[in-house]
Every structure is written in structure tokens, then in C-alpha cells.
Design a protein. Structure first.
Length: 264
């Protein structure tokens, strides 16, 4: 006969759930750790992107902050330059000195000069641009000089000369640079003045030469119209000569007196 089966213990749901949870716990912890590490690396990667606003987090942002700070440190100074009214330029004559000075503060001292506001508080570059009447501006000083404090002063010099009489244009440009680099902090609009170049002494026909150049240039620009006007003027002169009356009657020979005085 078959032996009777032993009774089985009743099935417990709590025990099954406890066994399942204990087997899945290590995997859950590992997944959470992987998520935390991934988020940390992602956060660190974003912190190096430009424009995040964190100090030291971006070289580009640091450069922008330095330039902005340097611009805020600029202050108003004074530009003193030679007055064009005192420049007696003569065509072919000796060069006339032109002087520009930048002061860290407004002083307005110096006669025969023109004063205006300008920027200071950095390394300043000053250029003199010349145009017209074959003018030449020769620099005699360094283009860039330091005007950092309100007590500083820097001077620029040029020799200005012209080969022909006429009008000369002089423009002074002031530029503030970031330290000793080529990065421009501020560039002001140039101040422009005009100077009349006189004809050399003894050249009494200088005005006539200028008038002839202007007339010949105008005729050249007119082109065919100038040729037509020339032909009309020539024809008018010929007609005037043909219609002009004689200056007076020619003297006639007095034959009667000649016959009376002749011997019989």
C-alpha cells in the first residue's frame, strides 16, 4: 500500500514577497547610483559652457567682464590741439608744427589752441589725418601713450607741409585701448578742421593758375557740350569781324592843287 503523503505547510504570501524584495534590492541601489553619477557629470559639463554667469567658469565671459570693467574706468579728459587760425601754411614753404595734447583733467590753459572733451584713463592713441592740396603730415612722436590718472598728460607732434595752394583738411582721431593690446575700448568721432594754404610770395599769377585749372576741369567734364560752345563762340567772333564798319574814309588825292602848283 502506498504511504500517506505528509501534509504540506500552508502557502504564505508575505514570505514570497519578502524573498522577491530581497533579491531586487541590490539592483535598485545600483540604478540609483548610476543616475546620480550621470547627473553630476552633466551638471559639471554645463558649468563650463559660455554665458553661464559663474565667475571663472568661462574664459570668454571673463574676457567680457575685463573689457567692461576697463570701459567703466575711463573718465573725461581734455584734448588741446593747435588752432588752425594760427597755422600759416605756404605752398612749398617750411613745415608748420601741429600739436595735440591729452590731459587727465580739464584745465583749459594755453593760448592759440582749441580745447574739447575727450576720453582718458587708458592707453590712448592719437592720429592726424591730412587730405587736400598735396599736404603731408609727418609724425614726430609715438602714436600711443598712457593717460591713466587725472594727473597724467601726453603730447603728440606732427610737421604739416603742402606743395600747392588751396584748402587742407586736418582730422584728429582719439582711440582708447585695453592695456597694451589692439583691443579698442572707445573710439571718438574725429575732430575736423580746414586750413587755407597760401600761394608762395611773388607768385602773383597763382590765382589765375587756379582759375584756369578750374575752368579746364569744368570744360573737360562738359565734354561734347564744351566743343559745341567753342564752335558757337568762334562763329560769333567771325561774324562780328565781317560786320564791323571801316574805321574811316581813305584820304583822296587833291589833283587841283597839284595842277595849280605845277609849272606851265
Amino acid at each position: 500500500m502506498a504511504e500517506p503523503e505528509e501534509p504540506q505547510p500552508p502557502y504564505s504570501q508575505g514570505a514570497a514577497a519578502s524573498g522577491f524584495g530581497s533579491g531586487c534590492f541590490p539592483w535598485t541601489v545600483l540604478a540609483v547610483l548610476i543616475a546620480l553619477v550621470s547627473g553630476l557629470f552633466l551638471l559639471l559639463g554645463r558649468s563650463d559652457e559660455p554665458g553661464n554667469g559663474r565667475p571663472g567658469g568661462s574664459k570668454q565671459q571673463a574676457y567680457v567682464d575685463e573689457i567692461d570693467e576697463a570701459r567703466q574706468q575711463l573718465f573725461k579728459g581734455e584734448l588741446v590741439r593747435t588752432s588752425t587760425e594760427s597755422m600759416d601754411l605756404v605752398a612749398g614753404g617750411d613745415p608748420i608744427p601741429f600739436r595735440a595734447q591729452i590731459l587727465g583733467s580739464w584745465r583749459s590753459d594755453g593760448s592759440g589752441a582749441t580745447h574739447s572733451r575727450t576720453s582718458a584713463g587708458a592707453q590712448i592713441g592719437v592720429k592726424l589725418h591730412c587730405s587736400g592740396a598735396q599736404v603731408r603730415c609727418t609724425p614726430l612722436s609715438s602714436e600711443r601713450q598712457n593717460v591713466i590718472s587725472k594727473k597724467d598728460a601726453a603730447t603728440w607732434l606732427w610737421d604739416v607741409s603742402a606743395e600747392k595752394a588751396g584748402t587742407v583738411t586736418l582730422s584728429v582721431a582719439v582711440t582708447a585701448y585695453y592695456r597694451d593690446t589692439d583691443t579698442v575700448l572707445l573710439e571718438q568721432p574725429p575732430t575736423t578742421t580746414h586750413v587755407q594754404v597760401a600761394a608762395p610770395p611773388g607768385d602773383s599769377f597763382g590765382w589765375a593758375e587756379q582759375a584756369w585749372r578750374w575752368l579746364s576741369g569744368a570744360i573737360t567734364s562738359l565734354g561734347g557740350l564744351a566743343v559745341s560752345l567753342t564752335a558757337i563762340i568762334t562763329l560769333a567772333v567771325l561774324l562780328a569781324r565781317r560786320t564791323t564798319p571801316a574805321t574811316g574814309p581813305e584820304p583822296e588825292n587833291d589833283d587841283t592843287d597839284a595842277d595849280t602848283n605845277s609849272p606851265s
